[in-house]
Write a protein that binds this ligand. Sequence first.
Ligand SMILES: Nc1ncnc2c1ncn2[C@@H]1O[C@H](COP(=O)(O)OP(=O)(O)O)[C@@H](O)[C@H]1O
Ligand SMILES: [Mg+2]
Length: 220
Amino acid sequence: MIVLVGNTKGGVGKTTLAVQIAIARACMGRDVWLVDGDAQGTAAAAIQSRADAELAPAIACSLYDDARQLRTQVSQQGKKYDDVILDVGGRDTAALRVGLMLADVAVVPFAPKGFELWAMQDMAKVLDVITAERDGLVAYAVMNKAEARRASADNAEAANVVREIPQFTYLDAPLVDRKAFASASSSGIGVAEQSSPDRKAVAELERLMLGVFQVETEGN
Ligand SMILES: Nc1ncnc2c1ncn2[C@@H]1O[C@H](COP(=O)(O)OP(=O)(O)O)[C@@H](O)[C@H]1O
Ligand SMILES: [Mg+2]
């Protein structure tokens, strides 16, 4: 399955989620290729830290800062892996569009802040362009850096706004703003692999995984 983690907005947690999703799939025994389509190479650097630490399971990783190269490599090499996780940079880049053309599923993280919700409207426009060209893309909107309080008005308001954007399927699997996500991802470690795992972070990621991969799991 090809999963793109993307949003036209930066700083929403694309790389964090791409790294966590890739590791979680690898830990389920899947052969995973993480493709970093952002010239900054943050996801590739995280997976390289994992490789340097010789952590198992190992994850294949490539960095392409050229959209054409990204397209040809993923379409030709992607079949060799069980899962391909694409992390593309912020803004409406060619890499984002290439990723959306190739992906089975798009995971679109957003933070529950007013100005970030505007970015979801931009992303919805990009999805319109893509769905005019292809069928079958499911775009999940996933709240990230949510407030920890269950009764958070910001979380609830943001969820309501995003639920109304027809281009997205709202996935009710928010990830809270937790140190565990930030520290684990930057060193290429899964939240479940940390020495004293943050149980809430682990549970949130599990819920996300179930949502993103549900169709496939049911089909298997
Ligand atoms: N759920 C989270 N909890 C805590 N920090 C997070 C979370 N998601 C992302 N971050 C932090 O927010 C910053 C931006 O995340 P990043 O994944 O690099 O975003 P993007 O790839 O969309 O630009 C990073 O410092 C990252 O560690
Ligand atoms: Mg990033």
